[in-house]
Design a protein around this ligand. Structure first.
Ligand SMILES: [Zn+2]
Length: 246
């Protein structure tokens, strides 16, 4: 198998190992320190599919005294921030000392794309009110759909743009998009440690307790959610003494 596809790279155990390796040569910093000097890592987590997975990684990081930023999508088809359980998990991530950012989906506003600042400001305020936590940074969801990578401005709508020119010019970027390493393996980047500034994008759903294929990692999220919804329905019928006719 191509080493960049190695399923073993994407386990919780290996994530903990990578964090440990990272701390040898780098300091983990938040977005507030993005212009500071020295060897540092800014860790970004775009939550695309699973807040449960995000919470697991948040705990692994907290055990190593590492704080990172979790970007939340208000329009995800895979989770709903207004659900009690999801909101509680995000609350837990915050209580572990992590920050939250906005994972902004511009395609939601396809019909009214002109008001980017307004949309960003509105979504920022929703997150801040719901989770009582300041939101200082945003990232575009699926930025290549609609040329959002061309939006190079550093600050928009009162937030730092994680895709701004500053990060492109000053940071080395490494991402686990789609559950494999498209360019370099993170383990190699951390071991060589030749870059001064690292901007790492880790999507929590690609990291699981056991080594499985990227497709299985996604069906795991989807099946887990579906099962929970069916259990809720069954519990409701039971509570009200109704028949479950199949
Ligand atoms: Zn995304």
């Amino acid at each position: 198998m191509n080493k960049k596809h190695a399923f073993n790279d994407f386990t919780e155990k290996n994530y903990a190992r990578l964090l440990k390796a990272a701390k040898i040569n780098y300091q983990f910093k938040g977005y507030a320190d993005y212009k500071k000097s020295g060897k540092m890592i800014i860790m970004r987590h775009d939550i695309d599919y699973s807040v449960h997975r995000a919470c697991s990684l948040a705990q692994i990081e907290a055990r190593q005294d590492i704080q990172t930023t979790y970007f939340i999508n208000l329009h995800s088809e895979y989770y709903n921030i207004w659900e009690k359980e999801i909101a509680q998990l995000i609350g837990k991530i915050i209580s572990l000392g992590h920050e939250i950012g906005l994972h902004f989906d511009p395609m939601f506003y396809e019909k009214d794309p002109g008001n980017l600042v307004e949309h960003l400001t509105w979504e920022k305020s929703i997150l801040e009110k719901l989770f009582k936590q300041a939101v200082q940074v945003f990232s575009f969801h699926n930025p290549s759909v609609g040329n959002w990578l061309d939006v190079k401005k550093e600050r928009i709508g009162g937030m730092l743009n994680a895709y701004s020119a500053y990060f492109k010019e000053n940071y080395h970027y490494c991402s686990d998009s789609n559950g494999y390493w498209r360019f370099e393996r993170l383990g190699d980047v951390l071991k060589e440690a030749k870059e001064v500034k690292l901007h790492l994008l880790i999507h929590p759903e690609w990291w699981t307790p056991r080594a499985i294929s990227p497709r299985r990692r996604i069906t795991r999220c989807i099946d887990g959610r579906a099962k929970k919804q069916l259990d809720l329905y069954k519990a409701l019928l039971k509570k009200w003494g109704r028949k479950d006719i199949t």
